[in-house]
Design a binder for this molecule. Structure first.
Ligand code: FES
Length: 178
């Protein structure tokens, strides 16, 4: 029956073949485009790791792809929700990677949050005027302790945040928060 139809109308089979390949190409292209997006609606089965790390999240609790932050210019400070939901700054380095040192946005004077000032290259607390350099060391009080650090790691485009237990590289001493 089909052969009879095809013989009677050969353009029909060519059209069907063309439709099939067009559909296949569209489906393949759409899948390739959708995969990176859907991947972040399906985070890893575990959202914590053995070191007490958690996935960095945006303000509504979705994991943030590292590629989304790394698409921004070097020197960018991106705010994410880190350990215990603490807002934490991640830094895009000149080599296009994330700085393994995350800086917790919690002033060590009385706990205000603060913006990054890219002109002065400082974190500047609006509450009582404390200023910190790009690594979170105090440049001006009343704060007298450096900002808390966390570890930042990228695995398979997921950003993992874990406690900083090692020596504080800014002071060469045991961290004050450990
Ligand atoms: Fe930041 Fe006081 S809370 S300077």
């Amino acid at each position: 029956m089909d052969d009879t139809l095809n013989q009677a109308n050969p353009s029909m089979s060519r059209r069907q073949l063309l439709n099939f390949f067009t559909g296949a190409i569209v489906a393949t292209t759409a899948s390739a485009a959708i995969y990176p997006a859907t991947k972040f609606f399906m985070p890893p089965a575990e959202s914590t790791d053995a070191e007490g790390g958690i996935l960095a999240q945006d303000k509504i609790g979705h994991p943030i792809p590292a590629s989304q932050i790394l698409a921004q210019a070097s020197g960018t400070r991106a705010l994410i929700a880190g350990l215990a939901g603490e807002p934490t700054y991640l830094t895009v380095r000149e080599d296009g990677t994330l700085d393994p040192m995350g800086i917790v946005n919690n002033c060590t004077h009385l706990g205000c949050t603060f913006p990054w000032n890219p002109v002065d290259q400082q974190f500047q607390c609006p509450c009582h005027g404390s200023r910190y350099d790009a690594q979170g060391s105090v440049e001006r009080g009343p704060a007298n302790r450096p900002l808390k650090l966390v570890q930042v790691q990228v695995k398979d485009d997921y950003i993992w945040i874990s406690p900083w237990q090692e020596t504080d590289p800014r002071t060469g001493e045991k961290p004050w928060w450990v």
